[in-house]
Design a protein around this ligand. Structure first.
Ligand code: L34
Length: 312
């Protein structure tokens, strides 16, 4: 595995009183792997000149997490030479107005990618909004066409960014996937369902179990995982007793928990009780610095592909 993408840990945070633990656990450096991908995209974008890929971000309302994620996407786009435009609408925007705006962007040949940042305000049906994006511009991979192509294993659609980033993390850390038991916790449209399909697809060839909030005996299933993917949005849902010794754990949670000691008033935690789970794992992603940066990197890759596929 690339030495600069995995940080070996000899002293894992140990519980008070217990001796420092010796183990083979290593933390996956999602920032470093994302940087590699960003560099690859930057080189390809440069070779497209004078064509400049262009992605439009639509943000509705002032959700602080959405503001921060979209601004990170814009910064990274600028870094790789992708043009991005941010359109911000008030939470009161009507369904008709939003769909009309997406329709205009669909028809605009200077726009290669369109992304509507989730979550959307309650009066809008997110599925309807996503499905309004032309599949050729669906750099998020959320339309029924993109998800259908994923199920049909057709290569001509964009994979959702977080799922694609997870599989890329596994591959670039040399984690074997074929024949392994991947247990996914969470059945969302953005992560759980598409990552299950992606891991299952020919070429990746995992055996996949998809769990959710109504799953009985969750721990019995997660304990069987060679690769455990937690995507529930529930802080510390995955505890040490739910993880097999030597598993690879991918924590997709980005939960903001109030923390008065922090300048911004919160800290980010994943879905995994990192301190206690990490010592049992072969590899684990931290939060922050794990899956999050990969989502942004894969969006750049999808936008590049959208521009490449578009007529000059
Ligand atoms: N349409 N909506 C649409 N597409 C997406 O792909 C997303 N997602 C999720 C929320 N809504 C979306 C994102 O962009 C989650 N998400 C996302 C993107 C980036 C990061 C996390 C989630 C990220 O970069 N996280 C950093 C920490 C950032 C911080 O400090 O707040 C990390 O290291 O995990």
């Amino acid at each position: 595995m690339p030495p600069d993408t995995v940080q070996n840990s000899t002293s894992v945070p140990s519980k008070k009183g217990s001796p420092a633990q010796k183990n083979t656990m290593a933390t996956i450096d999602g920032n470093a792997i994302a940087r590699q991908i960003i560099q690859e995209v930057r080189e390809k974008v440069a070779s497209l000149a004078p064509l400049v890929p262009h992605v439009v971000f639509i943000r509705i309302g002032e959700d602080p997490a959405s503001i921060s994620y979209v601004s990170k996407k814009q910064k990274t786009a600028a870094e790789v030479g992708i043009k991005s435009t941010l359109e911000v609408f008030p939470p009161s925007i009507s369904r008709e107005e939003l769909l009309a705006r997406i329709g205009t962007l669909n028809a605009d040949p200077s726009v290669h990618g369109i992304l509507v940042q989730a979550p959307l305000p309650p009066q809008l049906n997110a599925t309807e909004v996503f499905n309004h994006i032309r599949p050729q511009k669906d750099v998020d991979g959320f339309t029924s066409t993109s998800l259908g192509c994923l199920a049909q294993e057709l290569p001509n659609a964009f994979p959702a960014c977080t799922p694609a980033g997870i599989v890329e993390l596994l591959k670039r850390t040399g984690t074997p996937i074929a024949g392994k038991h991947a247990v996914v916790v969470g059945r969302s449209l953005i992560v759980g369902k598409p990552v299950a399909l992606l891991l299952l697809a020919k070429g990746n060839d995992a055996t996949v179990t998809l769990c959710h909030s109504r799953t009985r005996n969750l721990a019995d299933l997660t304990r069987q995982a060679d690769i455990l993917i937690a995507a529930t949005g529930k802080p510390n849902l995955i505890t040490a007793n739910m993880v097999k010794e030597g598993a690879v754990v991918i924590d997709v949670g980005v939960n903001r928990v109030p923390d008065a000691t922090k300048k911004n008033g919160y800290r980010l935690v994943g879905d995994v009780d990192f301190e206690n789970v990490a010592p049992k794992t072969a590899l684990i992603t931290p939060v922050p610095g794990g899956v999050g940066p990969m989502t942004v990197a894969m969006l750049m890759r999808n936008t590049l592909a959208a521009a490449l596929a578009s007529p000059l």
